[in-house]
Design a protein around this ligand. Structure first.
Ligand code: UT7
Length: 339
């Protein structure tokens, strides 16, 4: 029997895209009972980008993917796998295959991963497994969501939080390993705290073995969230997850150069940093410009931080996602992009 050989995972490049339509807090306060002051102080959000009618999540995902491919000097035909982390596909059967066709990645397997705000971290961990085992050499990981299409714009407790966007990263088989460790968790008992529930109106008459035509089409409800409970969950489970990763790698918290958390609320980012005794100037945050873009928030912030020269080679980044499921997880990355 051949000895099992494992490979390293290198982050080759990143990309991101947001819609051009920008809605600031003052504009929202004209349609619902809220204020720039409330939103800014409670969340850190000043504005968010919203998909225009003629655009779709695929436009954002492909734009982010093309940026990553161009920056990595990689032809789309060299991709072996596309992982599309999204909870807002434009086809319930999955949107990854549409991205595969548009970018011309004809040799790549492609599928969706549904894990809301933890989706990008989970997809990175999956890509890493495929590369480590030598199954695939080039994997495109996309995180994209358009929750503006799923929130109730008359519900001030949720609609002010979310924005649309996409981010991407290309992971490549390498001798060096940029992914130091990861850990993932789920607590399904609390899934009701944040959901977009499905309501079925279908009625199957089993005696006749026919499907009785429903009066109203089955449909998903608006996004609902128990903000307080999700907040408490985030500030307790994310620091614990990061500590677990540090223990696995025998690193001290001082080794972390950047804290890159899902951009849900500036107060969450700062509370997590405070609990870990990490200073605020080591938090990567762009929440004021985009709000919570769900699976896209981490890759957008990562791409922007690299483009603006914040992240340098040798930096260790603690990347944590958290949200619906409830799911959460951390991936520790040592940055090593060759420019
Ligand atoms: O991406 C998945 C992960 N998501 C998260 O991590 C989100 C976690 N949760 C949070 O970030 C916060 O809980 C929120 C930002 C959602 C809410 O902040 P909060 O400090 O927990 O506010 P609250 O829900 O306790 O509301 C405080 C008050 C309430 O009024 P009363 O009952 O004290 O009179 C709300 O009705 O603020 C009111 N309120 C608003 N006022 C103005 C709620 N939303 C608004 C609003 N504008 N948009």
């Amino acid at each position: 029997m051949k000895p099992l050989k494992t490979h390293g995972t290198h982050i080759l490049s990143t990309g991101s895209a947001v819609p051009s339509l920008c809605i600031n807090n003052d504009m929202l306060s004209n349609i619902i009972d809220t204020s720039d002051q409330w939103i800014s102080t409670r969340t850190g959000i000043k504005e968010r980008r919203i998909l225009a009618n003629h655009q779709s999540i695929i436009d954002l995902a492909t734009e982010a993917s093309f940026e990553a491919l161009n920056k990595g000097f990689l032809d789309a035909q060299e991709l072996d796998l596309i992982l599309f982390a999204t909870s807002t596909p434009n086809d319930l059967f999955g949107s990854a295959s549409q991205v595969q066709t548009i970018i011309g990645a004809y040799k790549a397997a492609a599928f969706d991963i549904t894990a809301a705000c933890s989706g990008f971290v989970i997809a990175l961990a999956i890509a890493h497994q495929f590369i480590q085992t030598g199954v695939y050499a080039n994997v495109l990981v996309i995180g994209a969501d358009t929750l503006s299409q799923w929130v109730d714009w008359s519900d001030r407790t949720t609609c002010i939080l979310f924005g649309d966007g996409a981010g991407a990263a290309i992971l490549q088989k390498s001798q060096d390993n940029d992914i130091l460790t990861f850990e993932l968790n789920t607590n399904g008992q609390e899934s009701h705290q944040l959901s977009i529930a499905y309501k079925s109106n279908q009625k199957l008459d089993t005696s006749k073995q026919v499907n009785v035509a429903p009066k109203n089409k089955s449909q998903y409800q608006y996004l609902t969230m128990n903000g307080k409970e999700v907040y408490k969950f985030a500030v307790s489970s994310v620091p614990a997850s990061i500590v677990k990763c540090l223990q696995k790698t025998e690193l001290e918290v001082e080794a972390i150069t950047w804290l890159l958390l899902h951009q849900a609320n500036q107060r969450i980012l700062e509370t997590v940093a405070h609990k870990l005794k990490i200073s605020n100037n080591r938090i990567l945050s762009n929440i004021q410009f985009y709000g919570n873009t769900s699976a896209a928030s981490i890759p957008i912030a990562l791409n922007e931080a690299f483009n603006t020269g914040h992240i340098c080679n040798g930096d260790i980044i603690a990347i944590s996602g958290f949200g619906a499921g409830l799911t959460w997880g951390t991936i520790l990355v040592k940055w090593n992009i060759i420019q």
